[in-house]
Design a protein around this ligand. Structure first.
Ligand code: HEC
Length: 121
């Protein structure tokens, strides 16, 4: 039985998630986030965050337009989960381990400064 490794990854996941949740009450730094974005996200999500980055043409699954109503209606938490874990079977890989929690919060703050949260009423 592979119970032990499963339990281990479940525990690691919970620790990672709770550290992000508790960190969410702190605001990221959007200026620092802009340079994280330019370095790691722009080639797919584009300069305007509209999903038209230089690499987007070559991808089978198009990068999300982060300005779209659908993305703006998602909570920071929902978007952070995708940033940290990636989206399965798409070019959006996971950034956990590549970016620090702080860098993920920073890039989240940058995204929100350009595309503020907007829940459709
Ligand atoms: C190699 C291309 C690529 C890179 C680099 C990339 N993304 Fe993505 N991203 C995607 C794709 C493709 C999707 C859409 C996945 C889907 O449709 O399920 C996506 C989805 C997302 C979503 C989910 C949006 C939503 O509405 O659910 C967020 C948030 C996101 N990316 C943020 C980022 C951030 C922040 C970075 C940089 C740290 C980044 N991405 C880097 C390709 C990329």
């Amino acid at each position: 039985m592979a119970l032990k490794p499963m339990l281990f990854s479940a525990v690691t996941f919970i620790i990672a998630v709770t550290s992000l949740v508790s960190a969410q009450t702190m605001r990221g730094n959007s200026q620092a986030g802009q340079s994280v974005y330019q370095q790691h996200c722009l080639r797919c999500h584009g300069k305007q965050l509209d999903g038209n980055g230089p690499d987007s043409r070559d991808l089978i699954v198009r990068p999300t337009n982060l300005l779209s109503q659908a993305s703006r209606a998602k909570t920071d938490w929902e978007l952070l989960v995708t940033i940290a874990n990636g989206a399965l079977f798409t070019p959006m890989h996971d950034f956990r381990g590549k970016l620090t929690d702080e860098q993920m919060l920073d890039v989240m703050a940058y995204i929100r400064s350009v595309a503020p949260f907007d829940r459709v009423s």
